[in-house]
Design a protein around this ligand. Structure first.
Ligand code: MG
Length: 298
């Protein structure tokens, strides 16, 4: 299932839906019509576990596609508000090299995952602006990343069992103000409001049998900047879940942003950064495209 949070019009409250090709199904309305109980938002659906997910699947199996509104006519929102976003730095070999060349990171490949966090307040939805505040940054950068959405809570999970804790996959654009790293700390560089565009859908894990073989790419104003595959991750998704959960509980709805491939703005020759008026499109195979405009927010 391709689960979304959307509003029929910008004035409407968000609701839980599913993307069916180029159409949208309203899961709450389908459940009400069928007299079936279903949680009203995606986080509650994840927490409700497999039986609720099966009810949603059954409802969608009976739907008349032709009667559904087009996806293009609704307003997509961020799929959910994560309790936390765990970011992974330097998780693609080529990106380690470009970061060493252009930023102040080490030349050597990390021997353990490099972890940081982005606050939930950084999350913004598809189509929503990435805020460019020239008082704070002249080096606003992009990073297209596979987002792993946690299902069952994970505490000290073995690598072999990690998959049982994955609910699904989405996209996070790990927006970074390169000139706001402070004594090697990335929180203010990566944690500002709107620095975590998230969406457009959460695709359930059963639909993506091999998440370590997904093409991912990013364009700015239609020009390709990043183009790679999740098979090039240094630390696999399973390894990341095992490593993080060795000391930090992962809860339902938490997101792991699994790292960026090369081709970030800082790594271009000469370096390129986002400006108001730019349009950033992050695409991952099977999940879709997450599009955000950059706006002046001084
Ligand atoms: Mg990143």
């Amino acid at each position: 299932m391709d689960l979304i949070t959307y509003s029929p019009t910008a004035a409407d409250a968000p609701r839980l839906g599913a993307r069916l090709g180029d159409r949208v199904a309203d899961l709450g309305a389908l459940a009400a019509r069928a007299g079936v109980a279903l949680p009203g938002d995606l986080l509650a659906l994840i927490r409700a576990g497999q039986p609720a997910l099966e009810r949603a699947r059954t409802l969608l199996g009976r739907v008349d596609h032709q009667a559904l509104p087009p996806l293009a006519d609704v307003v997509l929102r961020a799929p959910l508000r994560p309790g936390k976003i765990v970011g992974v730095g330097l998780n693609y070999v080529e990106h380690v090299a470009e970061s060493h060349r252009t930023l102040d990171t080490a030349r050597e490949l990390p021997d353990r995952p490099v972890l940081f966090s982005k606050p939930a307040t950084a999350v913004t939805g598809p189509g929503q602006p990435i805020l460019h505040n020239a008082d704070l940054t002249e080096q606003l950068d992009w990073e297209c990343e596979l987002a792993v959405v946690i299902g069952r809570p994970a505490v000290r999970v073995a690598e072999a069992d990690a998959w049982r804790h994955v609910f699904g996959y989405s996209i996070v654009n790990d927006i970074s103000a390169r000139d706001q790293r402070r004594s090697g700390q990335w929180f203010f560089s990566k944690g500002q409001d709107s620095y975590a565009p998230f969406g457009p859908a959460v695709v359930t894990a059963d639909e993506i049998p091999d998440p370590q073989n997904l093409g991912l790419s990013l364009t700015v104003n239609g020009e390709t900047k990043q183009n790679s595959n999740t098979r090039h991750m240094l630390f696999s998704i399973a390894r990341l879940i095992a490593d993080i959960s060795s000391g930090v509980t992962l809860e339902a709805g938490d997101v792991i942003a699994t790292g960026s491939p090369s081709g970030v703005g800082a790594g271009q020759a000469p370096p390129q950064f986002l400006r108001p008026g730019d349009l950033v499109e992050a695409t991952i195979e099977r999940i879709g495209t997450l599009t955000n405009p950059v706006v002046d927010a001084r």
